[in-house]
Design a protein around this ligand. Structure first.
Ligand SMILES: Cc1cc2nc3c(=O)[nH]c(=O)nc-3n(C[C@H](O)[C@H](O)[C@H](O)COP(=O)(O)OP(=O)(O)OC[C@H]3O[C@@H](n4cnc5c(N)ncnc54)[C@H](O)[C@@H]3O)c2cc1C
Length: 316
């Protein structure tokens, strides 16, 4: 059987797309490899009605609610490849099966590349956070660090001061801080540390000290840091056009450079929070449903009249 849509990825973006498409009575297969970005985080914040929920619980409830829609199938499997096939795509799954689909939604998230600093990986998600909106409230007024590996993170550090005035900016020797910026940070009450970090020390996921290259230790409880990211390999293999920051290029409707393939969630944007990913997935699902309905209508019209469908109306 051919699915209307195969959704690749079962995070907030893919789950909300499945919900919208399911409710639109589309035949949907959602495939998830089970490696969400927030896997290290104990709680998810900033999602109205779900503030503070453990991420696995969010996915469990979402999947439970999808069970009502018998036209939506969920499989815990990786999508290995997506190839063009008559009128759509042929999709090879990690469980050894191959399915066909008229449309594909890529909701694969992004991969955070851990910095090569001892302790960084172990503390990621429990003491090292990428987003103060997600985790700042819980640790407010604690001794903070901001790992500023690019000049733009100096402004980010000033914003993070909103959650704690006890803040040290660590540049890890990544760039020369201009004198006027140094003076600005000083007057705003931020400490600046430009030595390289040798290691991050902590216990049970809790940061305790930042060790610098000369052995100096700075007591900190929390570090904000946005590590580099890379696209999951499927995105590269699909040949989707990327923007200058490496995110999948989509139009306002979630459509990519490849006809029939849409994308939503972290893979498309630097604005990476669950509620935005869910919203983008919902929109992409609705737009795909509209496109499928128009395609079906054209086919029915031609079958009934023997004529090609009239030219498309321009959207309002
Ligand atoms: C440590 C941490 C804490 C965070 N905390 C918060 C928070 O408190 N609040 C908040 O709003 N946001 C938070 N975020 C951000 C949030 O997790 C993301 O914005 C959100 O998960 C993005 O949803 P998504 O559906 O785009 O991707 P993801 O949730 O990453 O889901 C993508 C899914 O696609 C799957 N996948 C990838 N490739 C394939 C393939 N080939 N086949 C099948 N499946 C595939 C992956 O296994 C994964 O399950 C946090 C992020 C991190 C890193």
């Amino acid at each position: 059987m051919a699915y209307d849509v195969v959704i690749v990825g079962g995070g907030p973006a893919g789950l909300n797309a499945a919900l919208n498409l399911g409710r639109a009575r589309r035949a949907v297969l959602l495939c998830d490899a089970g490696t969400p970005r927030n896997v290290a985080a104990k709680h998810m914040h900033g999602f109205a009605s779900r503030d503070g929920i453990p991420p696995p619980e969010f996915r469990r409830i979402s999947r439970e609610q999808l069970q009502r829609y018998k036209n939506v199938e969920v499989r815990d499997t990786r999508v290995g490849s997506v190839e063009p096939h008559v009128g759509g795509f042929r999709v090879a799954l990690g469980d050894g099966t191959t399915v066909e689909a008229r449309r594909i939604l890529v909701a694969v998230g992004m991969e955070d590349v851990m910095l090569d600093i001892p302790g960084y990986k172990e503390l990621w998600g429990t003491s090292i956070y990428q987003c103060p909106f997600c985790h700042g409230w819980e640790v407010q007024d604690e001794p903070f660090g901001v790992l500023a590996t690019e000049p733009a993170y100096l402004d980010y550090a000033i914003m993070v001061q909103g959650w704690s005035r006890d803040l040290t900016v660590f540049t890890h020797g990544s760039f020369e801080v201009p004198p006027e910026q140094r003076e600005r940070l000083h007057h705003l009450g931020l400490r600046l540390e430009e030595r390289k970090i040798r290691a991050l020390h902590g216990k049970d996921g809790h940061l305790e000290e930042v060790e610098l290259e000369d052995g100096t230790r700075v007591a900190r409880r929390v570090m904000f840091s946005a590590p580099p990211q890379r696209q999951p390999e499927l995105v590269i293999r699909l040949g989707l056009a990327l923007d200058e920051q490496g995110f999948v290029k989509v139009n306002g409707m979630g459509e990519t450079s490849v006809p029939g393939i849409s994308a939503a969630g972290d893979t498309t944007t630097r604005m990476q929070v669950a509620v935005m990913a869910a919203s983008a997935g919902g929109l992409a699902g609705a737009v795909m449903s509209h496109g499928l309905a128009m395609e079906d209508a054209d086919r029915r019209y031609t079958a009934a009249t023997g004529k090609p469908p009239p030219a498309k109306q321009k959207p309002h």
